[in-house]
Design a protein around this ligand. Structure first.
Ligand code: ZN
Ligand code: ZN
Length: 244
């Protein structure tokens, strides 16, 4: 399989669970993809779990999708509710309804900009005696032992969003061949990421987009300034977090 085919395959594997912003009446922004891991179970990579994502999963399971044996790698860009508002319920659903050992460090990983804040958040919204056992990390992580691809590397990148809140985007590298950047919510894309993207060292980007100029989000004038319009037209830049 050549690199272009692999990149297309990767893009086709990404499923948008929702593309709306915080005030969407349909679904908030969230997406996932799955890779085969050892012993035929799936590694499921989920980016953002607002409440609407949690409901989608429960609907899927109620309609016969088996997610019981999956490994979960969850990326949360920041603690705004349209990004994390379903996480506590989702974890409780896995644990209590599906009997999944979310405290097994290999079974579930949460990657976020600040692990102490995430623990505080889950202490308030979920509670329980085992919170310290959750595998919450705020740094680069390598995930190996995947069958279709040799390795997935996730690199959180701190970004500016709202004063006083820690926020990050994520570089995801699959098999050292395919890579994409997800912006999270932000008012800028760090220069080093723009250089990597414009030099095609990052294959594609999933970016938030605000329909109005806004001090805490990106709008189209930002892309006009820093990126080639062709990259929007040909799908190298995919927009999400959109107004209904
Ligand atoms: Zn948001
Ligand atoms: Zn936000």
């Amino acid at each position: 399989m050549n690199d272009f085919t692999k990149i297309q395959k990767m893009k086709n594997m990404i499923r948008f669970i929702g593309t709306g912003n915080a005030f969407s009446i349909k679904n908030n922004n969230s997406f996932d993809f799955q890779l085969f891991a050892k012993e035929n179970n799936l590694a499921r990579f989920i980016y953002e779990i607002p409440m609407t994502t949690c409901k989608e999963f429960i609907n899927g399971v109620n309609n016969g999708i088996n997610i019981k044996d999956d490994r979960y790698i969850i990326m949360i860009s920041h603690l705004h509710e349209d990004h994390v508002g379903g996480l506590a319920t989702f974890l409780q659903y896995l644990y209590f309804s599906l009997g999944i050992d979310i405290y097994n460090k290999d079974k579930l990983i949460i990657i976020c900009p600040n692990k102490e804040e995430m623990k505080d958040y889950l202490r308030l919204t979920m509670g329980g005696n085992n919170l310290n056992k959750l595998n919450i990390i705020d740094h680069l992580v390598d995930i190996e032992e995947l069958r279709d691809f040799k390795k997935v590397k996730i690199i959180p990148v701190l970004v500016n969003h709202v004063e006083g809140i820690n926020s990050c985007g994520f570089i995801t590298k699959v098999d050292d061949i395919i890579s994409f950047y997800y912006t999270g919510d932000c008012n800028n894309i760090p220069e080093e990421i723009r250089i990597l993207f414009n030099n095609k060292k990052i294959d594609f980007m999933i970016s938030e987009l605000s329909d109005k100029p806004n001090s805490v989000h990106l709008d189209i004038s930002y892309f006009d300034k820093y990126f080639d319009a062709h990259d929007i037209e040909n799908g190298r830049i995919i927009f999400t977090h959109l107004t209904d």
